[in-house]
Ligand binder design. Structure first.
Ligand code: HEC
Ligand code: HEC
Ligand code: HEC
Length: 473
């Protein structure tokens, strides 16, 4: 009897253990980890969680500029100071719901608002990758200190409850596999929506205007819906793929700012099938037209040169000698973009006409390219346009000079209906105009103080009335 029991127990052990072992092997297996790495690349976790210039991947410390102040991305390596203690469930909750292991809410600078679409399989693989393949780094987090009331993390819980998205990813059987894959990448992993979808005054994405274009600090993330005038309806699929893979689509645009980062850290590494799926999805989005736009941004402009008239006037801008847009353009831009704005023959220095940066009704990307330059490293090429704000090795340009160059460029090569004022440049130099919530912040404390005073006055008023009524009666 006893022997039988032991035998049975032994048999069970033998039967179970190889199975569980196999399960663990499969779970932590190379294939799963490789899958997790692909998810991490498509989701661009590196871009935020590795500080620029840092030698330790995912160790955090990168300050993400938000209108409310800097939000520091944290250490997500599997160390004690990182996410070493996170269970898979806690990890999934942080990535998809923006809730930390200790229960505190994350700011949506961490794009959980898009990652909430991530499938269980992908979260599982991602967890295996972080726990078993990422090198643990002991580096303490830089605390994020936003001003009141944004420092109250619990308020993000309320924000999520009212404005957050909690639906999980659903395959649309009426659409192709390619379209579904594209939808998953655009709105989930690659979180294109976080930059390209406009936000309401509470800073939540406007659900009725997906991908319709939005200001992004000093830059503008254009409308990428299928609309042929306001969006990418007129881009060929292969142009979109080339743009995502290299940051260049000749005759359309070059990726700078946040888009350059997305290409550099993430999109260039995606398999062509994924890039094609994104292009297919974008070409089938609901077109959204911006009122007042009559022609696609890339259709504006033609070669114009005033070099003959101004040559020799002033070779460079020493002592701010150049006093109008044409001369400033000749002195600062024509060497690369050519005196007629057509760019270099191979378009490594791009044409300034037939370029959405100069044809859009939002001049932000033209002005920001001048202020901050263009920098992008991919497998194919290193791209560098110098920044004309400090610190730089070219002449620094004032707000007025940048406005003058922009207006010269817009008038000749871009959208002539658009003009730039020195004041616009000043805002972009500072990181862009503040959205309502951030602009209202300075009034929150006085607002609450005024509120308290009003309440006190009301109470005194009611008391006085009551006591008068008492005296009357
Ligand atoms: C656009 C920037 C951005 C991207 C992309 C991003 N994160 Fe984050 N993440 C952040 C920021 C910022 C925080 C800290 C937010 C805060 O303190 O409220 C954070 C916090 C976290 C945390 C919480 C860790 C802790 O305990 O503090 C985890 C886990 C995490 N991210 C994982 C990921 C993973 C995995 C990916 C890729 C799938 C990713 N993040 C992509 C910005 C980003
Ligand atoms: C971090 C913010 C950010 C993310 C994420 C992002 N973009 Fe962009 N995107 C931009 C900005 C800013 C521009 C303007 C670039 C320029 O003109 O230099 C841009 C430009 C573009 C353009 C060119 C449009 C035009 O009219 O010139 C396309 C197409 C595009 N993005 C597609 C995507 C797709 C698809 C994704 C996701 C896979 C994505 N973007 C993710 C910020 C972003
Ligand atoms: C040293 C060469 C050089 C100079 C000088 C230069 N650029 Fe550029 N410019 C570039 C390169 C390189 C790119 C990006 C090409 C790419 O991304 O493939 C670029 C891109 C641009 C873009 C597109 C930006 C976008 O977001 O799509 C604009 C607009 C532009 N330049 C305008 C100017 C103006 C105006 C000046 C003068 C103030 C100027 N450039 C000076 C090399 C230069």
């Amino acid at each position: 009897m006893r022997l039988n029991k032991t035998l049975a127990w032994l048999l069970t052990l033998m039967a179970i253990s190889p199975l569980t072992y196999a399960q663990v092997a499969q779970d932590n297996g190379a294939a799963l980890i490789a899958q997790g790495e692909k998810v991490a690349i498509a989701s661009d976790c590196q871009a935020c969680h590795t500080a620029p210039g840092s030698k330790t991947a995912f160790s955090g410390g990168y300050a993400i500029a938000s209108p409310m102040g800097a939000i520091y991305a944290t250490n997500i390596t599997p160390s004690a100071q990182g996410i070493g203690q996170y269970s898979e469930q806690q990890f999934a909750k942080a990535v998809r719901e923006g809730v930390r292991a200790d229960g505190a809410h994350l700011y949506p600078a961490m794009p959980y608002t898009s990652y909430h679409l991530m499938t269980d399989q992908d979260v599982h693989a991602l967890y295996a990758y972080f726990m078993h393949s990422v090198k643990p780094v002991d580096q303490a987090n830089t605390p994020t200190q936003l001003t009141f009331p944004f420092n109250l993390r619990f308020s993000m819980g309320m924000w999520n409850a009212v404005l957050g998205r909690t639906d999980s990813f659903k395959v649309d059987p009426s659409k192709s596999d390619e379209w579904n894959r594209g939808n998953y990448l655009v709105n989930g992993l690659a979180h294109c929506d976080t930059c390209h979808t406009p936000r309401n005054f509470m800073m939540a994405e406007k659900q009725d205007q997906p991908l319709a274009g939005a200001p992004l600090g000093s830059w503008y993330a254009p409308n990428i819906t299928a609309d042929p005038i306001s969006g990418i309806g007129g881009w060929r699929e292969d142009e979109l793929v080339s743009y995502l893979k290299t940051g260049r689509a000749v005759g359309k645009n070059q990726a700078a700012g946040g888009m350059a980062e997305a290409v550099e850290h993430s999109l260039q590494y995606l398999p062509d099938s994924d890039l094609k799926a994104i292009a297919v999805y974008l070409k089938h989005t609901t077109p959204i037209r911006t009122e007042g736009e009559a022609a696609p941004a890339y259709s504006y402009g033609h070669p114009v040169s005033v070099e003959q008239e101004i040559r020799g006037n002033a070779a460079n801008n020493a002592y701010n000698a150049l006093d109008n847009g044409a001369k400033l353009f000749s002195g600062n831009c024509a060497s690369c973009h050519q005196p007629d704005g057509a760019g270099s023959p191979n378009q490594a220095y791009p044409s300034l006409f037939h370029n959405t940066a100069t044809g859009m009704i939002h001049p932000d990307n033209l002005v920001s390219a001048i202020l901050f330059g263009v920098r992008r490293t991919t497998k194919d090429h290193d791209v560098l346009m110098p920044a004309f704000s400090s610190p730089t090795y070219v002449d620094q340009l004032s707000d007025q000079q940048i406005a003058d160059i922009s207006n010269y460029v817009l008038h000749n090569y871009g959208n002539p209906q658009v003009t730039v004022q020195a004041g616009d440049v000043a805002w972009m130099r500072k990181g862009g105009r503040l959205p309502f919530l951030a602009a209202a912040q300075p009034y929150v404390v006085p607002g609450i103080a005024v509120g308290i005073v009003v309440v006190i006055l009301l109470i005194i008023g009611i008391r006085l009335r009551r006591s008068r009524q008492k005296h009357k009666s």
